[in-house]
Design a protein around this ligand. Structure first.
Ligand SMILES: [Zn+2]
Length: 143
């Protein structure tokens, strides 16, 4: 498992949370991928973890602790790691969805976050708590 994630898990342990084998297996399954619940369930079953209720509980736990995030894309719920993700955190992420194949691509551009925040904070009575964007895209026509 990646180093930051390891560190983060030891912090959770220090807070008194139990980081069980099934919780670790869930994080391993999610590393570098956006998966639906069904896909998570299938991959965990391959590793011998078949208790659906415990998968739900573990997902809830990690969502609460902001270790993983959930995305809604075309009414489908995808889960992925927020910790140790170079492209985003739990609070700020931009996902592009290729309309041709529903492939999810991450981009990280501080200027986009900054300009949205600046607009909200200058032009409205609100301040920004998080920025989570899903942008539908299609490949540029070549030639
Ligand atoms: Zn992502």
């Amino acid at each position: 498992m990646k180093k930051n994630l390891e560190n983060y898990l030891s912090q959770l342990r220090e807070k008194g949370y139990r980081i069980t084998k099934s919780r670790i297996a869930l994080l391993e399954v999610l590393s570098d991928e956006h998966l639906t619940f069904k896909q998570i369930q299938m991959r965990l079953a391959e590793k011998g973890f078949t208790n659906v209720a415990s998968i739900y509980n573990n997902i809830d736990f990690f969502l609460q602790e902001k270790v993983i995030v959930v995305l809604f894309i075309n009414q489908v719920r995808y889960y992925e790691l927020a910790i140790d993700n170079k492209m985003h955190t739990a609070d700020n992420h931009i996902h592009l969805v290729d309309q041709a194949n529903n492939q999810i691509v991450e981009i990280n551009n501080k200027r986009i976050y900054d300009s949205i925040s600046r607009y909200i904070e200058n032009d409205t009575e609100y301040e920004v708590s998080y920025i989570r964007l899903t942008v539908g895209v299609s490949k540029k026509e070549t030639e």
